[in-house]
Design a protein around this ligand. Sequence first.
Ligand SMILES: NC(=O)c1ccc[n+]([C@@H]2O[C@H](COP(=O)([O-])OP(=O)(O)OC[C@H]3O[C@@H](n4cnc5c(N)ncnc54)[C@H](O)[C@@H]3O)[C@@H](O)[C@H]2O)c1
Length: 275
Amino acid sequence: MGQEQSLAGKVAFITGAARGQGRSHAVELARRGARILALDICEQIETVPYGLGTSADLEQTVAEVREVGGEIIAVQGDVREPADIAAAVERCREAFGVPDIVVANAGINSQRGEEPDPHSAFVDTIMVNLVGVWNTVHAIAPLLIERGEGGSIVLISSTQGLNGRGGDGSGAATGYTASKHGVVGIMRSLMGWLAPHSIRINTIHPAGVPTAMVAHEEMMNWFANNPEGGNMGNALPVPMLDPIDISRAVLYLVEDSGRHVTGVTLPVDAGFTAK
Ligand SMILES: NC(=O)c1ccc[n+]([C@@H]2O[C@H](COP(=O)([O-])OP(=O)(O)OC[C@H]3O[C@@H](n4cnc5c(N)ncnc54)[C@H](O)[C@@H]3O)[C@@H](O)[C@H]2O)c1
């Protein structure tokens, strides 16, 4: 505790919150007083070459949010399934009310050494990273409009949402870059619709963060097969960012600091994109 309760009375709906960046966002928003609805699939998707979040991971997020004095409801659900999102939104409304803040963070990255099924890798990536973001926003934005008290929606893209560096023709890499660019399209398309209702929508574009998504052997194999990967370093002398660096950007956008910021693609990337 001891933090300014800048988000007291607010409710945040965070996807992919079982671990990694999503967990960090949940803890940091809770630390500032927001009540949290944490959604995660807690199941494996076949084309993903590393373990996705588990129920135990989601329980750990619950524990860490409670440790900072926060309130949280954790729901297992798949962002690809509108019914799962609807059920989570309903739980949120019953317990806390309509979410004021949405962080569409759930994502997969299936880049690997040898790709057994490029088509499935591409389609699954688009389904989670793009359709899942659309499902999330589509379920909540009309509720925000109806309530008439504004809101802040943050879509987690990637540096791969702003450029195509490192592309190798694989279904996973192409799907990842296409989906993360697509997230910008969702944001830009919805911005003008939401703005008259004082609902802001922005994207964040992190450079590499050493979460379970990238810290695994198949990702190392992908880099080994892609010499271009060697040119993918950040401009600042930091190999990777920490989840807290991305959480601070989320906070900037959802707190009063971001009250006039909408339609923005915000790189948090140690200069990767500008290099
Ligand atoms: N780690 C990086 O280097 C990096 C860089 C830029 C952007 N990102 C993006 O940041 C976001 C968070 O990733 P992370 O690094 O914390 O990885 P992570 O794998 O630790 O976390 C992602 C979470 O999303 C969940 N998830 C996956 N598919 C889901 C689905 N269909 N429905 C619900 N939940 C699902 C996973 O179970 C996992 O808990 C992702 O959108 C990712 O693409 C990551």
